[in-house]
Design a protein around this ligand. Sequence first.
Ligand SMILES: NC(=O)c1ccc[n+]([C@@H]2O[C@H](COP(=O)([O-])OP(=O)(O)OC[C@H]3O[C@@H](n4cnc5c(N)ncnc54)[C@H](O)[C@@H]3O)[C@@H](O)[C@H]2O)c1
Length: 341
Amino acid sequence: MKVIVTGGAGFIGSALTLRLHQGGADVVVVDKMTYAANPESLGPLVGGPRFKLIRQDICDAGAMVKLFAGIRPNYVYHLAAESHVDRSITGSQAFLETNIMGTYSLLEAARGYWGGLPRVMKDTFRFLHVSTDEVYGSLGPAGLFTEETRYDPSSPYSSSKAASDHLAMAWRRTYGLPIIVSNCSNNYGPRQFPEKLIPLVILNALEMKPLPVYGDGSNIRDWLYVEDHVRAIQQICETGRLGETYNVGGRNEHTNLQVVQKVCDLLDELLPVDRPRRDLITFVTDRPGHDQRYAIDASKLENELGWRAQESFETGLRKTVEWYLANSDWWEPLRQKVYAG
Ligand SMILES: NC(=O)c1ccc[n+]([C@@H]2O[C@H](COP(=O)([O-])OP(=O)(O)OC[C@H]3O[C@@H](n4cnc5c(N)ncnc54)[C@H](O)[C@@H]3O)[C@@H](O)[C@H]2O)c1
């Protein structure tokens, strides 16, 4: 089994790569190695058998064609993206280029490769496009996103992901390419770049720096531990129905303020200091276009494919905080050289 993981040096891509490799697959990671990539996340695999890291921009159409011809993958897991909403507000171009045009060049390369495959390989080839629940826009106090929810994205990030989802589905309908799309809620866990809420709060709180919370902290997200997500991704790619969308979520809704408070309390327990870390919470001007609530109905994935989230937010968050405490060699260089929080 040969698989390509685009964005495999990022947060979710590296967790997926480690999992697929451990399961016996030959994994080729294709990654532009932007600020969000960290080869250390793939540390145990680098230089070893059944693994290759190719530094490449997915927007380079010619390189993508050569990549498919050289690797001849059975499956493609497409995760490469610009992923940080705040950055998309101050600089949207890279989001449009990578998330839309990059997905386009990958789809075209996959189509050319797939079209030339012998029957037996053609019938089993799969392309999983990994996306976000943010494409659905914002929920009110009640209700859940289902696979039928109308797309209504609010940010440059989510609109670029929405566009890429439409491209993926169109390549299925128009050309028959064996595509599946997954839309997942907010992930957290080890090896997440420390600009995202949970690692940012952990590391700022460790240094007793202010903990910025947008608006009044009442925005709700549905949190999923990254290992639960990558199990879902693998299961959807291997056994999901072609041309379908699967929502992925853990039924773990919390306000941003609750999340930050929980991180503070865990750190106070694991590494006590002379004052509660909750005192560091600072409310800052809300983000423009900030969606109020996301919540996923994952029953299609649960009922059709038997997937279940294994971590509660409490168990997953504890594992995450413990991981950051034990792995300062992973995040210290990032805090010093790439993003100081
Ligand atoms: N993090 C979440 O909560 C979440 C939730 C749902 C879906 N997703 C989706 O999952 C995927 C992975 O998210 P993540 O949080 O791991 O992101 P990440 O930012 O940690 O990693 C993205 C990776 O893509 C690479 N990349 C960026 N532009 C590229 C390009 N032009 N060519 C090749 N590689 C490029 C980066 O170098 C990086 O390694 C994304 O598609 C994202 O939209 C993320």
